[in-house]
Design a protein around this ligand. Structure first.
Ligand code: NAP
Length: 248
């Protein structure tokens, strides 16, 4: 059946592009989503129609019970897990510091950081060579916001992605001896629906002038870096954060 890859948030955007690219590369893809069941089913249908293997599972990475059930499904259905892409994430509405409520801060961290941590924890239990696994590769979705800071837009989101960077470095060192590589992709301005969810649908066109390559990136361009990091071609790469930012 080939190697098994779990992608969180595979119904849209970068996650969906990664699911298609990984399936083309031979992975059996399990993609999760929170609400967009029809979009997730469309991604699965496209992959199946192209001769690949995929399924979609509803699971909120912000809920520990959902995450545990998601990985239990992978264990029961496939008996193995070789790759994990922690892609699910939210971008809160544009706001200045004084308008950021603690509840919004907590939700951003619950999904972007705690969700990533929970999935890494469950994946490591299945992948670890010390626990009888075959090793594996984890790719976390960071953001250029972790470097730029998100000032005036969403410092909570930027800080959550800074936590993802640090988690990536720490886990690469902790899990390397167990056969698990842990890396991150740091997208810049990628043209997906996430900017609309931030209440700023024009954000991409407004900021594109600050990108040295002169355009926004596509979800497919981000997916290329993710699939490479997952692959054996990146067998000596761990603890790395690859910027896919057009130079921004
Ligand atoms: P997107 O188009 O908004 O898609 C987000 C995906 O995450 C959807 O599949 C969504 O599922 C899922 N999701 C959201 N919350 C979830 C939860 N609690 N549990 C499970 N799934 C959840 O986003 P995107 O632009 O592709 O971004 C993907 C990742 O890249 C995110 O981590 C984002 O922070 C990061 N990133 C994006 C950009 C960019 O410019 N686009 C730049 C830097 C970093 P539903 O469809 O069911 O809601």
């Amino acid at each position: 059946m080939g190697k098994v890859l779990l992608i969180t948030g595979g119904s849209r955007g970068i996650g969906a592009a990664t699911a298609r690219a990984a399936a083309r590369a031979g992975w059996t893809v399990v993609l999760s989503y929170r609400a967009a069941s029809e979009a997730a089913a469309r991604v699965v249908d496209e992959i199946l129609a192209a001769g690949g293997r995929a399924e979609a599972i509803c699971a909120d990475v912000g809920r520990e019970a959902d995450v545990v059930a998601l990985f239990a499904h992978c264990r029961d259905r496939h008996g193995r897990l070789d790759g994990l892409v922690n892609n699910a994430g939210i971008l809160p509405r544009v706001a200045r510091l004084r308008d950021i409520e603690p509840a919004r801060w907590a939700e951003t961290f619950a999904i972007n950081v705690t969700g990533t941590f929970l999935c890494c924890r469950e994946a490591a239990q299945m992948m670890s060579t010390r626990a009888g696994g075959a090793g594996g590769s984890i790719v976390n979705l960071s953001s250029m916001a972790s470097v730029l800071g998100g000032g005036g837009e969403f410092v909570d989101y930027a800080a959550s992605k800074g936590a993802v960077d640090t988690l990536t470095i720490g886990l690469s060192r902790e899990l390397g001896p167990e056969g698990i590589r842990v890396n991150a992709v740091r997208p810049g301005l990628i043209d997906t629906e996430i900017h609309g969810s931030a209440g700023d649908a024009d954000r991409v066109s407004r900021l594109v002038g600050s990108v040295p390559l002169g355009r926004a990136g596509s979800a497919e361009e981000a997916a290329e870096a993710i699939v490479w990091l997952l692959s054996d071609a990146a067998s000596y790469v761990t603890g790395s954060v690859i910027a896919v930012t057009g130079g921004r």
